[in-house]
Structure formats: structure tokens, C-alpha cells
Design a protein around this ligand. Sequence first.
Ligand SMILES: [Zn+2]
Length: 162
Amino acid sequence: MKKLFLFTVLATFLMSCNGNAQKTSKKSSKDYEVSKTESEWKEELTSEEFDVLRKAATERPFSSELNDIKKPGTFVCAACGNELYKTEHKFMSGTGWPSFDRPIEGGVAYGSDSKLGYQRDEVHCARCGGHLGHVFNDGPKETTGKRHCINGIAMDFNPENE
Ligand SMILES: [Zn+2]
């Protein structure tokens, strides 16, 4: 009888420890400078923008007007205006998505994504957490070797001197 009681106490103790551990890990989830509820984002963004930025969808290749931009300027987050990429780091990857060999420092942050069954580096806006695209290691070898494959719809373009 005594043994059973001890076992129960021990089990309760272990369970509560586990519960605390879960709480701690939840707390470490990232807080962004710009933070809105799902319904607030839905109101501000078009449904296509919302699907990509907030639901990590991928736009159809060759669907973005930003694909062909070659003039100097800055690509900013379509959700919060944060500066992400510059035209000088854009290259023609042929993939159908705007591609860059590096971001503006501090503009983006990284996560991981295994949705397609293998691990990919996910890239999102450092300010609002909006999903932008993925980073691959098959970029231009003569520069960084990185290819930031970005959904054009997640960005706006601000031309220089305009
Ligand atoms: Zn943003």
C-alpha cells in the first residue's frame, strides 16, 4: 500500500515537472517588433499577401512583377515596410522568384521548415515575422553562394531617387 502511494506521488511529481518544462519552451517563442493578430493582418493584407506572409504559402513562379526589376532600389516587407533586400544583390536565377545573394543586414531572420519532407532554411521579416521564402546554397559562387528565393508578393519595391 505504501509503495503504491509513493509511486503516485512520484508520478505526480514527474508529470508536473513535464508541465513546467512545456511552459518554459512556450515562453521562448519569438516576439516581433510589429505584432498583430491574425484578423488584423487579414484586414491589412490582400488575401494573396496574407497566404504567403502569414501562412507561408508560395506564390506561382513568374507571377510577380518584382521578378524583372533591375533598377536600383530597396525591396521592403509588404506587411510592415521593413527593408529586406537591395537590387544590387539581386540576380536572375531563372526560378521565377525574385532571388538575392544576400539580405540587408538585420532585415531578415531564419527558421527551418520541413514541410516538403526535407529540411529547408526558411527566411522571414525580422520585424513582423512575415514569411518571405527560403534560402538555398546554390547561389552565385563568385559572391556568397546563397540564393534567397523570395515571394515577390511578400515585398514592395522602392526605387532609388524617386
Ligand atoms: Zn515585415
